[in-house]
Each structure stands twice: as C-alpha cells, then as structure tokens.
Design a protein around this ligand. Structure first.
Ligand code: HEC
Ligand code: HEC
Ligand code: HEC
Ligand code: HEC
Length: 379
C-alpha cells in the first residue's frame, strides 16, 4: 500500500511538471481506495476524467470532460473507463458504480457540441468500443487507448500497432507501462473532416493531416535528469517496504530449488555459470535503476511469478539461474539417477531472448556453446 501511494505521488508530481492537460482514470488507480484517490486528486494541476463513474448517492466524483485551449483551438478531452471487475470494485471502491463507457463518452460529446474545434477521447476502454466510437460518433478526432492488449503480460515493446488511422480517426495506443509514448502531430484544417496520414501520397491537399510516431523509452535511451531524480527519490522512499497485501495473496510454488542447492553438488557447472552474464542479470537492472520494475523482472530473475512477485523482494531468486534453462525437477537431488534432466532445449532461451523485446539478434546455434555448462565427469 505504501509503495502504491508513493508511486501515485510520483506520477502526480511528474504529470504536473509535464504540463499535462488531463488524465483518464485507470482501473488500477482505484486500488488506492476512493477516499485516498480523491485526496490525491486534489494535488493534480489538471482534471482526472471519468464520464461513466457515479457514487451510490448519485454524485460524480470526477468530471467527464474538459475543454482546453491549444494554439487558439478549443480541444474537448473526454475520459471514460471500461466497467471494472465487480470483485475488484467491491474490494477497493464499494461505493462506485459504472455505466457503459461508449454511451457515456457519446453523451459527453453531444452535450459539448458547438463548443469545441477538436475532440480527443482518453479511453481506458476495450478495442470494440474504440472501433464503435471511431465509426459511429461524429466529431472524434483522436482516441487514446492504452488498455487493450493482445499478447503477453510483459508489456514493454509487445504491441505491433501503436498508432494508426481508423475511419479517419487518429488512434494512439501507447503501451508498455510508460516505456513508450505514442505521438501525434496534427495539422488541423477544418472541423469534422477525416484525418489523413501526412506521408500518404493519396492524401488530398488541404485535408486534416496527422504525423504519427512512437517514442521509445527503452532502457538505453537517455533520461531526463529531473524526472530521473523523481524516480530515484521514489525508489529510495519505498526500497525497504514490503507490500503486505501482495505477500498475503501470494504463495510461492515449491518446485524451484535455486542455484545454491545445485552448486552444492555441481560446483564446476556453478562456477562456469558464475562467469556468464546470466549470473549478473539482476545487477544489470540495479545499474540502470530498474530493479523495482515488474515489467523488467521476468527475464532478469528466476521464476518470477512462481518464486516471488513483490518486485522489492527477489531475495535468492535474483539472476537467470540454473532452472531458467534446465527447467524444474525438484526430486532430482534426492535421487539424481532416478530423476534425470532433459537436454536444455532452445525453446527455453526464446522465452527471454524474445526478438520482439530485445535488441541483440539471437541465434541458438551461436549462443548455446557460450553458455552451455561443462559436462559432468562420469565414471
Ligand atoms: C530467464 C531469462 C533468460 C533465459 C531463459 C535465457 N537467457 Fe540468456 N540472457 C538473459 C539476460 C537477461 C541476459 C543479459 C544479462 C546481462 O547482461 O545482465 C542474457 C545473456 C545471454 C548471453 C550473452 C551473455 C554471455 O554471457 O555470453 C547469451 C550468449 C545467452 N544469454 C544465451 C542464452 C541461451 C543459449 C539460453 C537458452 C539455453 C538463454 N540465454 C536463456 C536472459 C535469459
Ligand atoms: C523478454 C525478456 C526481457 C525483458 C522483459 C527485459 N529484458 Fe533486459 N535483457 C534481456 C536479454 C535477453 C538481454 C541480453 C541482451 C539482448 O538480447 O538484448 C537483456 C539485456 C539487458 C541489458 C544489458 C544489455 C543491453 O542491452 O544493454 C540491460 C541494461 C537490460 N536488459 C535492462 C532491462 C530493463 C531496464 C528492462 C525493463 C524495462 C528489461 N531489461 C526487460 C531480456 C529482457
Ligand atoms: C544432492 C546432489 C545434487 C543436487 C543438489 C543436484 N544434483 Fe544434479 N546431479 C547429481 C548427480 C549425482 C548427477 C549424476 C547422475 C548420473 O550419474 O546419472 C546429476 C546430474 C545432473 C545433470 C545431468 C543430467 C542428468 O540428469 O543426469 C544435470 C543437468 C543436473 N544434474 C542439474 C542439476 C540442477 C540444475 C540442480 C539444481 C536445481 C541439481 N542438478 C542439483 C547430483 C545433484
Ligand atoms: C543459460 C542456460 C543455462 C544455465 C543458466 C545453466 N545451465 Fe547448465 N547447461 C546448459 C546447457 C545448454 C548445458 C549442456 C548440456 C545440456 O543441454 O543439458 C548444460 C550442462 C549442465 C550440466 C552437465 C550436464 C551433463 O549431461 O553433463 C550440469 C550438471 C549443469 N548444466 C548444471 C547447471 C547448474 C548447477 C546451473 C546453475 C548454477 C546451470 N547448469 C545453469 C545451460 C544452462
């Protein structure tokens, strides 16, 4: 809880410094509890939007839209959220009620007709609603939707489509928990017209044009020094906090033994492994200050999600240990002959050396000999 609170404060501080115009409420924000959320929202220099949330007493804790001025144009920003899971709401915000986000967004826009030049929807909504809004509600210029994801849970650099045009509406789909930004530079010429790609030869002269791009904030890209200071202050403030909430709900699976256990009987192979960078994979995250990011964890530790989940407590599961490659075989130490291991399969490697998420081109035939431990001396 402490960690979540500190993180919320960090985000508020950062958003305020960015000069953010509005933010749409996200599902996870509600895990703070409604009272705390409202208290924190007072620190925001911009509105937190949610058009489809009401309380049991009928009041609306957040506005549904706001109009900001941008270079002489009036931009309507509307925000709504997909109806969250009942159990989640029951647990964190029992007073809250949600209506259909599509209807709420449509209504909000209809009420402001005539008062804006451009309309941007910030939707923590699903893909179906995005498509319906683009196709059926006139006047929407841009939809920002970071919610729907279709591949793994490890979300940095996983989506192929981050920007696009749909029915003449600009779609932005920033992904990766802040590791990437989707960007749209817009040349607005007339209201209610479709948007076209600035780089498309077929784009008619004089139409609304958009230049769409993605800015990656992957580990090796430079950081903004002031933002870096905020992040470091956050890391320090929560470093020794254990999240008791998570600890209570998580029970580790017992089939991982850990490198120290194996090293007791296989000192040669353990010493070889120590010499590979797999044995320093966690330190690598420490060096870039990313050791508390659960989007980085899975490939730089052993059995994340099964051995531990609290990003602050990797304990003895730091680094890419033996079982990341050899697999699980918990009864092996008791009867090594009766419980042998399979040969290490290259499929193990692809789990982390995933071309969609890493930089170095990976070829098992070249890589395998570099990390294969020396054979056992058998009599
Ligand atoms: C749990 C994730 C994970 C698995 C599984 C994994 N690796 Fe790696 N590998 C990494 C990470 C992370 C690094 C970078 C470590 C660093 O520099 O901090 C790395 C680095 C490497 C390197 C370059 C460093 C060196 O010491 O030469 C090679 C080669 C390599 N891995 C081969 C493999 C092969 C082959 C497999 C499959 C048998 C494999 N890896 C399985 C995560 C993994
Ligand atoms: C899907 C698995 C995966 C995830 C998730 C992952 N890494 Fe890595 N990381 C690797 C592998 C594999 C390597 C070895 C070099 C390579 O293949 O690009 C590596 C290498 C590195 C290196 C050293 C080599 C280099 O490229 O400079 C750094 C630093 C690093 N990772 C940081 C991070 C950070 C920060 C995150 C979270 C934003 C992260 N990693 C998330 C798999 C992963
Ligand atoms: C109590 C001692 C002991 C521990 C602990 C132990 N091993 Fe072994 N291991 C052995 C013996 C003995 C053999 C040789 C079995 C044989 O001769 O067939 C062996 C064989 C192996 C082999 C060769 C393939 C095979 O199955 O014959 C691999 C790979 C291996 N161990 C990996 C591991 C890993 C990984 C761990 C930790 C998760 C581990 N061992 C823990 C005693 C141990
Ligand atoms: C990056 C992947 C990787 C990691 C991590 C790793 N190994 Fe290996 N290991 C291999 C490969 C590949 C071989 C070659 C034989 C095979 O395919 O099983 C091998 C071979 C072995 C062998 C000899 C098997 C035999 O048949 O002679 C033992 C024992 C072993 N490893 C133990 C360990 C122990 C103990 C650790 C951790 C301290 C460890 N390995 C970490 C990939 C790995």
């Amino acid at each position: 809880m402490k960690q979540m609170d500190e993180k919320a404060k960090l985000l508020i501080d950062a958003y305020n410094r960015f000069g953010t115009a509005a933010v749409c409420l996200g599902e996870h924000d509600m895990a703070l509890g409604l009272d705390r959320l409202l208290e924190l929202a007072k620190e925001l220099k911009f509105p937190l939007l949610c058009a489809n949330m009401t309380l049991k007493d009928g009041t609306r804790p957040f506005g549904g839209s706001t109009i900001v001025d941008s270079q002489g144009r009036k931009v309507l920003l509307v925000g709504a959220i997909q109806i969250p899971n009942e159990r989640f709401i029951g647990k964190h915000c029992p007073d809250a009620q949600f209506t259909d986000p599509y209807e709420a967004i449509k209504k909000e826009i209809d009420q402001s007709r005539g008062k804006f030049d451009l309309c941007v929807v910030l939707g923590h909504i699903d893909r179906r609603d995005v498509d319906r809004l683009a196709a059926e509600v006139p006047g929407i210029d841009v939809i920002v939707e970071p919610h729907s994801h279709d591949r793994t849970e490890i979300t940095w650099i996983t989506e192929d489509i981050k920007t696009g045009l749909h029915e003449g509406t600009v779609l932005l789909k920033p992904s990766g928990q802040g590791s990437e930004f989707a960007r749209a530079d817009l040349w607005f010429r007339s209201q209610g017209q479709k948007w076209h790609d600035i780089w498309d030869e077929e784009t008619p002269a004089g139409s609304n044009v958009a230049d769409l791009s993605v800015a990656a904030l992957a580990p090796h890209i430079g950081r903004h020094p002031q933002m870096e200071m905020l992040v470091q202050a956050f890391v320090r403030s929560t470093r020794y906090q254990k999240s008791s909430d998570e600890a209570l709900e998580f029970s580790p699976v017992p089939h991982f033994l850990g490198a120290t256990t194996c090293a007791g009987c296989h000192p040669q192979q353990a010493a070889f492994w120590k010499g590979t960078s797999h044995a320093d994979a966690y330190q690598t995250l420490v060096e870039t200050g990313d050791q508390f990011r659960y989007d980085c964890m899975p490939c730089h530790v052993t059995g994340y999600g099964e051995t531990f989940i609290d990003a602050h407590e990797p304990g003895r599961w730091k680094d890419v240990q033996c079982e990341s490659c050899h697999g699980n075989n918990p009864r092996h130490p008791v009867q090594p002959k009766a419980f042998p291991w399979d040969k290490v399969d290259a499929d193990r490697c692809w789990a982390c050396h995933n071309p969609a998420e890493t930089r170095v081109e990976f070829d098992p035939a070249v890589a395998m000999p570099k990390i294969a431990c020396p054979p056992l001396k058998r009599n």
